[in-house]
Write a protein that binds this ligand. Structure first.
Ligand code: GAL
Length: 756
């Protein structure tokens, strides 16, 4: 089997901690042997209670998935554990014992031998500190439960059996214990000394210089640690260390030390930053490996090149606005031959405007020139009933600004979309999410709040840049953020939007749940049909984006209510768990995607995100971000950037401006990729493209580099194909039968196969 190159010798990029003593010597795993019952009784905390009649349960999974599908309220878990004093002897740090109990949805009290030791993730000295209303506390469901006890705590019985009882309360939805980590062990270096490698992203500057700020923190309130800090940069292609630095470090209790490393490394070569602390007395070491961003997208050439959508849909009489996206050394000159009557192109910025009266199709030849030459490409204009014939590409305020969005932030984002050059790669929508609304006036007009002084003026401004503008509302009386919704004002709102010049509406179920608490399929469709009629009457092309988190398999009926896209899931966040869970579950909607009818797995979580005024750099690793954009492109998903566009860094631009990758997303055939193969370790997805070639995505779900094998038969391909790597935009030669590609941890490869 011919091995295709790429990233030979990738290292394990996941965080790993190495300690000389294993958990068996210093503690015990408690991820099995638990007993469980629903209900509530204080006697269940007591060691004397006999729980042998209780059921056994897996603490790693919520109780709903273990036969208690509709249960909300109190429930108890119990386990018996022998605490061996040899754990103390074997430990380096001999003063504390920790109980790690996964996560608990929603609230918990923990008893050891009948004594209360903690509550909702907080250690307690005893029952007097207990909060009788502990069960009302919200938002703790995703918090890792780690309770610490001093080794001399009288509530612990050394060299005897101890009874651990967990009293849970679930307020609705998923309930009980779940997660990955369940152990009782002596605390070690790794529990006190932590690296913060996330708060500050890598910065990439000229001459391949990379800077990384991080901090090292001693969380212990009683112990100081002395040792060595070792920082290395190791290339993933050959395992060679290209930078190394060693310094003595004193970690006084509760102290955090900031560090900065500056090193030289080719931006195109994957590498890891390995940070280690070696404690002098014990020789114990903790290490963290951090992926360094690497750029795959080649620089944009100075010659003119037309990018973006090749097909554009418009309804008769609707205002026409299409920007020819093109890159190349300025100034660029735009022209078009075969434009139907009613349309004109601006030679300076490539904006095609006007209106078309009759249904029909037009093939237009667009040309872009500069002093280095010209590029021409066909644009198909379809005047008909369906719009958004390729997935919308743009920006939305939610994942960065949350409810703090304002007119100013929207203008700044639009300016940045233009000045960064994103607009030249086909990015066009600037969408305001929740947080702009005030009330309806006496005539039923929706009024924006103080943060948006003049919506019409804002729309004009966005359009003047060659961009489009979107807005947000809910079919319920209130939006999810508690602002005014469209309930009973659908027609007025649609008229207002159209009169301002809105091009996109995200319509979010939210408080409609109070109107239809257990909606039938018809009730689910009803509010979306109402708004559909309202929009159609308003006589303006408004992309209609349904947001109801996939309820009632919306992909099977979204087109019926005229949705141009529909959210298929709950909200995304910037973690691998969220990204992979959402992304790889899109296989069920694949058959329902078509031009103008897109499945929407939610917005992009790259760059500076934060859902509210404070932002942080995405917690996704560089490889996870490659997976994100690769998968969303194969899924023909709307691409809505969710970050602060004023803080776009080189790596994020590299992700968002690879025209060969974006071409897959924008392919006019509009066929979403299908999941060809799924194993525990990898997935293969394939998407048929308009020119007869196939785009294939290989995804590594493990934390180690992996060779992913592909059989051409499983892609329904037979014969010889030329293969191209889209991220690096290079030809990989010819393949027949099968191939395999080395794929980085949590990373992706994206190729096209074209018949020869
Ligand atoms: C959620 C929606 C988010 C965002 C938010 C605004 O329901 O899924 O994407 O729009 O509401 O409140």
């Amino acid at each position: 089997m011919k091995k295709l190159f790429i990233f030979a010798g990738f290292l394990t990029l996941s965080l790993f901690i190495s300690c000389t003593k294993s958990i068996e010597q210093q503690g015990v795993s408690i991820d099995t042997r638990w007993r469980f019952t629903t209900g509530d009784d204080p006697a269940w905390a007591m060691p004397a209670f006999d729980d042998s009649a209780w059921d056994s349960i897996d603490p790693k999974e919520i109780w709903e998935s273990q036969g208690r599908s509709d249960y909300d309220g109190y429930a108890w878990y119990r386990i018996r554990v022998f605490f061996s004093s040899s754990w103390i002897e074997n430990a380096i740090i001999k003063d504390s014992l920790q109980l790690i109990l996964g996560k608990i949805d929603d609230c918990d009290q923990i008893f050891v031998n009948g004594e209360l030791i903690g509550e909702n993730g907080k250690n307690l000295k005893g029952r007097d500190e207990s909060n009788a209303e502990f069960y009302k506390e919200q938002g703790k469901w995703n918090l890792e439960r780690r309770y610490i006890l001093g080794v001399h705590d009288p509530r612990i019985h050394w060299d005897k059996e101890n009874i651990i009882a967990v009293r849970c309360f679930d307020q609705g939805g998923a309930g009980g214990m779940f997660g990955k980590n369940f152990e009782i062990s002596m605390t070690g270096l790794k529990d006190y000394v932590k690296f913060d490698v996330i708060s500050d992203p890598f910065t990439l500057k000229g001459e391949n210089m990379i800077t990384k700020n991080f901090s090292i923190l001693n969380q212990s309130g009683t112990m100081d640690f002395k040792g060595k800090l070792l920082v290395k940069v190791i290339r993933c292609d050959n395992g060679i260390s290209v930078y190394s630095e060693e310094s003595a470090i004193d970690l006084t209790r509760n102290l955090s030390i900031d560090k900065s490393v500056v090193f030289k490394k080719e931006f195109t070569i994957p590498a890891v930053l390995k940070i280690s602390f070696i404690e002098s007395n014990s020789g114990n070491m903790i290490t963290e490996d951090v992926e360094i961003p690497y750029i795959l997208t080649p620089p944009t050439p100075p010659e003119p090149r037309i990018n973006g959508a090749k097909v554009f849909g418009v309804r008769p009489w609707s205002p026409f606005l299409f920007k020819v996206a093109a890159t190349g050394r300025p100034p660029l000159k735009y022209s078009a031959s075969g434009l139907p009557d009613g349309l004109k192109i601006d030679p300076k910025n490539g904006l095609i405007t006007g209106a078309l009266k009759k249904k029909g199709e037009h093939l237009v030849m667009v040309t872009v020139e500069n002093d280095l030459g010209f590029n021409e490409r066909e644009l198909k204009i379809i005047v008909g009933d369906v719009i958004s014939l390729t997935p919308p590409m743009g920006w939305n305020s939610w994942n960065c600004w949350g409810l703090s969005v304002s007119d100013k932030k929207v203008r700044q984002s639009a300016d940045a979309m233009k000045s960064s050059g994103l607009i030249d790669h086909g990015w066009s929508y600037v969408n305001i999410d929740d947080g702009w609304e005030d009330t309806h006036d006496k005539d039923g007009n929706i009024l924006p709040n103080d943060k948006f002084p003049d919506m019409k003026e804002l729309c004009n401004y966005i359009h003047s840049l060659g961009l489009k503008i979107g807005i947000y509302s809910s079919p319920g009386p209130k939006t999810c953020g508690g602002y005014e919704g469209s309930y009973m004002f659908e027609a007025n709102d649609a008229q207002n939007y159209a009169s301002w010049g809105i091009d996109y509406l995200k319509y979010d179920w939210c408080s409609y749940g109070n109107i239809a608490p257990k909606p039938t399929p018809e009730q689910m469709k009803y509010p979306y049909k109402e708004m559909k009629h309202a929009i159609r009457k308003a006589n303006r092309d408004i992309h209609y984006s349904l947001c109801q988190y996939g309820m009632g398999d919306v992909w099977t009926w979204g087109a019926e209510v005229d949705g141009n896209s529909w959210r298929t899931t709950g909200d995304i966040t910037d973690t691998w768990e969220s990204l992979s869970e959402i992304g790889f579950n899109q296989y069920k909607c694949s058959p329902y995607s078509a031009p103008g009818r897109w499945n929407d797995p939610d917005m992009l979580v790259v760059g500076w995100v934060g859902w509210g005024p404070a932002l942080h750099y995405t917690r996704l690793t560089p490889n996870e971000q490659y997976t994100h954009i690769t998968l969303w492109s194969l899924l023909a998903a709307p691409l809505l950037i969710g970050c602060d566009l004023e803080q776009l860094d080189v790596f994020t631009m590299n992700l968002l401006t690879n025209d060969e990758v974006l071409t897959v997303n924008q392919d006019p055939l509009g066929k979403q990729a299908i999941q060809v193969r799924k194993t525990d370790e990898f997935e293969i997805w394939a998407r048929k493209l308009e020119d007869g070639s196939v785009a294939v995505g290989l995804f590594n779900k493990t934390t180690k580099p992996l060779y992913i094998p592909v059989e051409m038969k499983e892609l329904e391909l037979d014969g010889k194909y030329s293969m191209r790597d889209l991220w690096s935009q290079t030809d990989l030669g010819k393949v027949r039968g099968h191939f395999e590609m080395k794929t980085p941890p949590h990373g992706a490869r994206l190729v096209t196969l074209k018949g020869l």
